[in-house]
Design a binder for this molecule. Structure first.
Ligand code: COA
Length: 262
């Protein structure tokens, strides 16, 4: 059932391709899109989580979903996933780039390959998917939503790799909004702050620090996956039809307070 904030049919007939769609924030976005009329294609490296998400979307959200395993770092995998989606549904209207790698590591302990791996997944992966989907998106004159972060607005210790990678994602969002806006494709981003009901946050944030950090978030709470779902629904809908090149921060005001999570 839709959440009643938005009309149930705001994405009726749209085809959404979601990377990292098996779990976490982007899994939530995929389900929210499904509950509001979209048909889904989800991709990630892990076929088990994709299968579980496909079942949820089909059995609980009442939509259709295809699951295609692939690694966003591999352009051939990405081209294959996009081609299968376009072949199955006939078009692609919305692309959500959510596949991401993350772990805590001090800069002086991080290996060159560790840094490069996160850049490859987040930044190169986002470009690969946008590039591979461009022709289909041109036909449908629809949009891209890139999931970013607020880590790089100031400096976040132990997160140099993710900060650099998401700064690159924001650059992709801005550049493509200008180049591809002219093709009728809107390109926007969402920068979630600390979202509590995700595996990533459980892994990255020691439980002992949670209360302390909660007090420093201006809205007095951690975000929930639902907060990002609602931002994505808004950006994907016609209500945002003149919004292009924006990365919408959804963090309760946390980064402006200058509080790092470390
Ligand atoms: N601390 C330091 N370095 C790490 C690390 C950690 N916790 N995890 C991975 N690395 C380094 C590895 O040591 C390796 O570098 P090396 O060859 O110099 O040793 C490099 O990163 C690649 O790691 P590997 O495990 O071979 O790559 P992978 O492609 O299988 O997985 C990640 C990489 C980043 C996806 C995986 O480690 C990870 O963290 N997954 C979690 C995904 C996640 O949290 N997603 C939600 C994002 S919010």
């Amino acid at each position: 059932m839709a959440n009643r904030i938005f009309a149930e049919d705001i994405l009726q007939g749209k085809i959404a391709f979601v990377t990292g769609g098996g779990t976490g924030i982007t899994g939530g976005v995929a389900r929210a899109f499904a509950r509001h009329g979209a048909k889904l294609a989800i991709t990630s490296r892990k076929i088990e989580s994709l299968k579980a998400m496909k079942e949820l979307i089909e059995n609980e959200d009442g939509s259709e979903c295809i699951a295609v395993a692939g690694d966003v770092r591999d352009f051939t995998d990405v081209q294959n996933a996009i081609a299968r989606t376009a072949e199955h549904y006939g078009s692609i209207d919305i692309v959500v780039n959510g596949a991401a790698g993350n772990f805590l590591c001090a800069a002086n302990e991080l290996s060159a390959n560790g840094f490069g791996t996160v850049i490859d997944i987040d930044t190169k992966g986002t470009f690969n998917v946008c590039r591979a989907a461009c022709e289909d998106l041109k036909k449908s004159r629809c949009q891209i939503i890139n999931i970013s972060a607020t880590l790089h607005y100031l400096a976040t210790p132990m997160q140099i790799h993710v900060s650099a990678a998401k700064a690159g994602v924001d650059a992709i969002t801005r550049n493509l909004s200008v180049e591809w806006g002219r093709l009728g494709i809107r390109v926007n981003g969402i920068a979630p702050g600390p979202i509590e009901d995700t595996e990533g946050m459980k892994r990255l944030l020691p439980e002992a620090l949670k209360d302390k950090i909660t007090k420093r978030i201006p809205l007095g709470r951690f975000g929930k996956i639902k907060d990002i779902e609602n931002a994505a629904l808004f950006l994907a809908s016609d209500a945002a039809s003149y919004i292009n090149g924006v990365t919408l921060v959804v963090d309760g005001g946390q980064w402006l307070q200058g509080t790092s999570l470390g």
